[in-house]
Design a protein. Structure first.
Length: 318
């Protein structure tokens, strides 16, 4: 016997089932969509919170760096004030004062006194300096092969006649600071404004090698205080107290006492308006060390990058 099924009754049953389950399926599907949307929205909020937190941390770190760089100039300011009280700055006294103020955790490598010497006064200045520093003294500059040669003729010179070095970064007596074009623009800015100004990244020479850093120029005026006008400032300028900052000493000092940093970061400095920033260093949190002069650290495919800028001593840091 072959049993047959009533297809008409089966169709009626199917229709009833569809009518009873369809609302439940729609509710379930709608609930799934809502749950997915809620998860996606939550993840989006988490990403936004992460970005916001990273941006806040970057800004806090940038402001901390700016404050510490500014504070590093306090000793230079004190030295400039002390020098301004003397019509003729005593190199030995200037050096002793710098050594007394220095602390082991200070971020500068050396402090220099460099008087302004006009071209017309060069011969007389050298003759007087030889009585103190010996017959071999001269105003010198570095040749392209790093040899020291007599400084070429120019409108003025800033020869080093006192240097207190701390790591040790020795500034050879007689070297003219007013050689490189980037220094000249910084010197002019400090002279004209009466405020300290820093060079863009520049070579720093040490007994062992050449590294990168910057110079901070503090103008010293014969009037004791900053004259009111540019013309008066140019006329009264005696020279500059100059701080030498090498990045391999300064940046680790800036991080000293900072809570553990878990993110990698890069530091760049804008050389001049319209030019791309110069990459200075990359920080690796796994080693807690900086890599100097290397290319910016690579960002992981799933990584996030935030940026925070700050201005200090006339330069923009990124």
């Amino acid at each position: 016997m072959r049993r047959r099924m009533n297809t008409g009754r089966l169709g009626t049953l199917g229709a009833r089932l569809r009518r009873s389950w369809l609302p439940l399926l729609l509710v379930g599907a709608f609930g799934a969509v809502i749950s997915y949307a809620a998860l996606y929205f939550t993840l989006g909020l988490d990403d936004a919170r992460v970005l916001s937190t990273l941006q806040l941390l970057a800004e806090q770190q940038a402001q901390s760096f700016a404050r510490k760089i500014s504070r590093a100039g306090d000793d230079l300011q004190a030295l400039a004030a002390q020098a301004a009280m003397q019509r003729q700055v005593d190199p030995a006294a200037c050096r002793r004062f710098a050594e007394l103020m220095h602390h082991s955790d200070d971020s500068y490598s050396s402090v220099i006194w460099a008087p302004l010497v006009k071209a017309s006064d060069r011969a007389a200045f050298v003759a007087a300096a030889r009585k103190e520093f010996g017959p071999g003294f001269d105003i010198v500059e570095r040749a392209p092969d790093d040899r020291l040669i007599p400084a070429r003729g120019r409108a003025f010179y800033l020869p080093i006649i006192a240097a207190a070095s701390f790591d040790p970064r020795t500034g050879k007596i007689g070297i003219d600071l007013a050689v490189r074009p980037e220094r000249l623009s910084t010197i002019e800015a400090a002279e004209n404004t009466g405020r300290p100004s820093a060079t863009p990244p520049t070579p720093i020479f040490t007994p062992q090698n050449r590294t990168q850093g910057f110079l901070e120029f503090w103008p010293v005026y014969a009037t004791g205080t900053v004259p009111a006008t540019e013309a008066e400032r140019r006329h009264a300028l005696l020279g500059f107290i100059t701080g030498v900052f090498s990045f391999d000493r300064m940046l680790p000092a800036l991080l000293a006492g900072t809570p553990g940093i878990t993110e990698a970061f890069d530091i760049s400095i804008v050389r001049s308006s319209g030019e791309p920033p110069v990459h200075v260093a990359s920080y690796d949190p796994s080693t807690r060390r900086f890599a100097f002069g290397a290319a910016p650290s690579a960002v992981a495919p799933d990584g996030v990058t935030v940026r925070s800028d700050f201005d200090v001593l006339g330069r923009r840091w990124i």
